[in-house]
Design a binder for this molecule. Structure first.
Ligand SMILES: NC(=O)c1ccc[n+]([C@@H]2O[C@H](COP(=O)([O-])OP(=O)(O)OC[C@H]3O[C@@H](n4cnc5c(N)ncnc54)[C@H](O)[C@@H]3O)[C@@H](O)[C@H]2O)c1
Length: 369
């Protein structure tokens, strides 16, 4: 299946998605004289040859190579990107192609948005997480002083080209990380997508199911960011699982064993489903099912009671916090969500305790009944 969507918000952003998207989008490059490609060592090895094969002009492009990983998503790395762009004489009419996961698309978008007050950029996301989430919606940025995405702009790319061909080399852990965001779309707004995941044993994810999950997720996100590009209203529902999820991600970023974004969000979705059960009417059977499905794909995180205070303090750094109050996006039921729900520290704390104590629902216990 191949599908092209063109949408409008702020600028016109073209989305090309599905198997064959790369072939179809090749003519994009005709608009630019100078092309630069941002890669890390993994996408240089696994993805750049594919891009060069589908888009032959890339063979002559300047490649800017950075070191992979969240701990390199910093102003220091951006400084290096700006240095390379300057050295190789990029100007405001050049194009930067961000070929990689969410770290590359966030940081490349940020670097391009600020370079000479804005050069054009295109995202070619290569992880499932970047394909269904990070590359869509115009959020760019870097981590700062231990805080996730602390510095950044809203800035749209010219186009996003989402081709599952890149996912073949993705390792299992990264694959699951993206799946957490797919689950989120199902839970907040698309019950059929949720059912697609519930009904599939992991080993049975066929390429067709996979493609359907990607296209549905992208369409869901586009629908939301088109209505609310600056996150003043309904875009906030995308934050389900992310208030506590980001706190967990930041907490683990500062340890010897960082976790993936999706692993953090998966745990965050369990906690925030529990809060939804207490506050916004999510029924117990759905809570148990959500927990069972998440447990099928994600190992339990090992934080303990003594970390809870620190985690709650981290939620205060959340960009969604206002006047010291933390507002969550929560579920009313599977496929329906609400945003701006004030949650006090005590309830957030109880949800983290719940996670620590009760993470052993199995899928059999939940979906069968
Ligand atoms: N802007 C947004 O709206 C938004 C939304 C969600 C997440 N994010 C950000 O995305 C980042 C996480 O993105 P991610 O999970 O893609 O991580 P990532 O970019 O670190 O990629 C994960 C790993 O996979 C490697 N990789 C990438 N593509 C590959 C491929 N096709 N084959 C083999 N290896 C490949 C990378 O080199 C890296 O080692 C976080 O920084 C998060 O804050 C942004």
């Amino acid at each position: 299946m191949y599908k092209r969507t063109e949408i409008n918000f702020h600028n016109q952003v073209e989305y090309w998605m599905g198997v064959g998207a790369l072939n179809e989008a090749a003519s994009l490059l005709d608009r630019y004289a100078n092309i630069y490609v941002l890669v890390d060592e993994n996408t240089a090895k696994d993805c750049l040859p594919i891009l060069q094969d589908k888009w032959p002009r890339i063979k002559d492009a300047t490649v800017i190579d950075i070191v992979s990983g969240e701990d390199n998503k910093t102003l220091l790395t951006v400084d290096n990107i700006w240095f390379q762009l300057t050295r190789f004489q990029a100007d405001r009419h050049s194009l930067l192609i961000n070929l990689g996961g969410g770290v590359i698309t966030d940081m490349g978008g940020f670097a391009a948005a600020a370079f000479k007050r804005g050069m054009k950029f295109v995202h070619v996301p290569t992880t499932l997480l970047a394909q269904v989430d990070a590359a869509i919606g115009g959020k760019t940025g870097v981590d700062f002083s231990g805080f996730k995405n602390h510095i950044g702009f809203f800035k749209d790319p010219e186009a996003v080209v989402i081709d599952p061909v890149f996912l073949q080399t993705l390792d299992e852990r990264q694959w699951r990380s993206g799946l957490a965001e797919v689950m989120k779309y199902g839970l907040i707004m698309d019950e059929d997508l949720w059912r697609l995941i519930v009904d599939q044993p992991l080993e049975n994810f066929s390429p067709a199911v996979f493609e359907e999950m990607i296209v549905r997720s992208v369409e869901n996100k586009i629908k939301i960011v088109t209505e609310d590009s600056q996150e003043t209203g309904m875009r906030k529902i995308l934050n389900f699982g992310h208030t506590l999820g980001h706190a967990l991600e930041t907490f683990y970023l500062n340890t010897a064993n960082p976790i993936t974004h999706g692993e953090a969000v998966a745990a965050g979705m369990i906690c925030e489903s529990w809060i939804s059960h207490k506050l916004t009417g999510l029924d117990f059977k759905s809570l148990a099912q959500i927990e069972g499905v998440i447990n099928r794909f994600f190992a339990r995180l090992n934080f303990t009671q003594e970390h809870i205070r620190g985690l709650l303090n981290l939620t205060r750094q959340d960009k969604k916090a206002r006047d010291g109050k933390i507002r969550y996006s929560l579920l009313e039921k599977v496929g329906n969500s609400v945003f701006d729900v004030e949650v006090d520290d005590q309830l957030a704390e109880e949800s983290l305790r719940y996670y620590i104590q009760k993470t052993n629902w199995t899928i059999d216990e939940t979906v069968q009944n």
